[in-house]
Design a protein around this ligand. Structure first.
Ligand code: FAD
Length: 469
């Protein structure tokens, strides 16, 4: 049977809500967030329940039709974009958007629940789901689990992997893996849940996840500080960490990236007067009214580094609106970069202590090898993860990427590997980095990835062409 026959059968069984064939309805979901990949598909499946997902996957397995799972389509590596030849069907989980249960310890959310909706739901019971990121208004639980998303609070709470207590998923043969029981201890061999986290839809379709909740914040304050270089930034973080366990966010932003945000995002303003080479966003939080207020904590902890010159300047949010405004600057970087036009993006990690040196030396190496280009990193310095972007020379934008993009990215990735790092820190591999993963290995990892893929999905119907084939 062909895809056409599968669509007819599915339409017959589940109706037009579950099987969208009108291309004008499908079109918005065929291009990735950065506008880099464009796909095609004869239909977008939109199951409303785990049973419907299972039935659709069984049909796909029976008829050898490939499926591309999709949530909010905010991914950065083309993982949710179907192939351009129209050979696969999109399967959107957005209709599965129920929060099945909410308790102080755990929320069980279906795959299509939007992150911000979960934040709001947890707040109603004075709890918090701690993972957050700029795309929280569109990214879904299924996508966040499948990419093992990071975001801005990893420093204290870890990535999605440490926040998921269990996963429910439909495996490529149509069977249902139910890991939602919330067992604290379960040593029946390999963890299927953990294999599915970060699998980018290549091992199955996540339908729901049990997610760990934390106490709601009673107070927070955000400082915006300026330092001379990334090493000073990391030295500051180490000093703060030695004195408190209440630092949640620690983000680094180079001058030109802040200027880009100020130029492209309406209503933004620079937190500090004057020009500074590197900016830091530092968030301190509190979950107990008895604790020293977060503003006082930051004032106290930043006084000495300001006095001894580790920090050039700093300001602390006077209220929640200002705290939000500081975060808005940080969260708008991807949006602002989109306004500037194409650039080469590298979501990379190296050991935390090696990151300051890497940022400086890799930028210099890239700019030396590709005269006129501009390289810099921003983001989660405290996690050893920055988004290292290379912008083309101002005069030759798009043509430059076509001519030099592959070589420039290969240079960045070679430098990352030489520094003992990873070419994907939090965005995944998708179709963007598949070739680079294959090139850079190591072979032990590649062998294991291929073996796991073959064991779960021998027919190769789950998100083909992504991560590993
Ligand atoms: P999609 O983009 O729809 O899909 C992503 C991948 O997951 C694809 O491979 C897809 O096939 C697979 N998938 C989706 N749903 C399922 C499912 N139910 N079952 C199986 N596979 C599935 N990411 C970070 O980690 N940290 C950040 O700080 C961060 N900041 C961002 C800021 C902005 C402005 C934007 C636009 C993106 C940012 N991202 C960040 C990337 C993105 O938000 C995450 O990758 C997010 O996890 C994607 O969720 P989604 O629902 O949009 O997934």
């Amino acid at each position: 049977m062909t895809a056409a026959a599968l669509i007819a059968t599915a339409l017959d069984r589940f109706g037009p809500k579950a099987v969208v064939t009108d291309q004008s309805d499908i079109e918005p979901w065929l291009t990735d967030w950065r506008g880099r990949w464009h796909g095609a598909t004869p239909a977008m499946l939109q199951p409303a329940s785990t049973a419907e997902v299972a039935a659709l996957v069984s049909l796909a397995a029976q008829h050898r039709v490939a499926l591309v799972p999709q949530g909010g389509n905010s991914g950065m590596v083309g993982g949710a974009t179907p192939p351009a030849d129209g050979s696969a069907l999109l399967i959107s989980l957005r209709r599965m958007n129920a929060i099945r249960s909410l308790s102080p310890a755990t929320a069980v959310a279906e795959a299509g629940v939007i992150l911000e909706t979960l934040h709001d739901a947890a707040a109603t019971i004075q709890r918090r789901f701690t993972l957050t990121l700029g795309a929280r208004g569109s990214a879904t639980i299924g996508g966040l689990v499948s990419t093992n998303a990071g975001g801005t609070q990893v420093l204290r709470f870890g990535t999605m992997r440490s926040l998921v207590a269990g996963v429910e998923a439909v495996l490529p043969d149509g069977s249902i893996h139910d890991g939602l029981s919330g067992l604290k201890k379960d040593n029946r061999g390999y963890s299927i849940d953990q294999l599915l986290i970060g699998a980018e839809g290549t091992l199955g379709i996540i339908t729901a996840a049990a997610l760990r909740l934390s106490p709601a914040l009673t107070d927070r304050a955000v400082a915006w500080a300026a330092v001379g270089d990334p090493q000073a930034a990391l030295d500051l973080l180490r000093r703060l960490e030695a004195q408190t366990g209440r630092i949640e966010g620690f983000e680094i932003v180079p001058r030109e990236t802040l200027e880009l945000v100020l130029a492209h995002i309406p209503g933004t303003r620079a937190p500090l007067a004057g020009t500074h080479a590197w900016h830091l966003l530092i968030e301190a939080t509190s979950t107990s009214p008895g604790e020293e207020p977060a503003t006082a904590l930051l004032e106290r902890l930043l006084a000495a580094p300001l006095a001894d010159g580790l920090i050039d300047d700093a300001t602390i949010s006077a209220n929640e609106a200002q705290a939000r405004a500081f975060w808005h600057l940080r969260d708008s970087i991807s949006e602002a970069e989109r306004g500037l036009g194409p650039a080469l993006q590298h979501d990379i990690s190296v050991p935390v202590d090696a990151m300051p040196r890497f940022m400086v030396e890799a930028a210099a190496a890239v700019e030396r090898a590709f005269p006129g280009s501009h390289a810099s990193g921003f983001g989660h310095l405290g996690d050893g993860n920055v988004h290292f972007h290379v912008r083309p020379p101002a005069v030759e934008k798009a043509g430059w990427i076509a001519t030099h993009g592959t070589a420039a990215s290969a240079l960045v990735h070679d430098l990352v590997v030489a520094a003992g790092g990873s070419i994907s820190a939090e965005h995944g591999i998708g179709q963007m980095k598949k070739d680079e993963l294959a090139r850079l290995g190591p072979s032990s990892r590649l062998h294991a990835l291929h073996a796991i893929k073959a064991a779960f999905d021998p027919l190769g119907i789950m998100n083909p062409g992504k991560l590993v084939d």
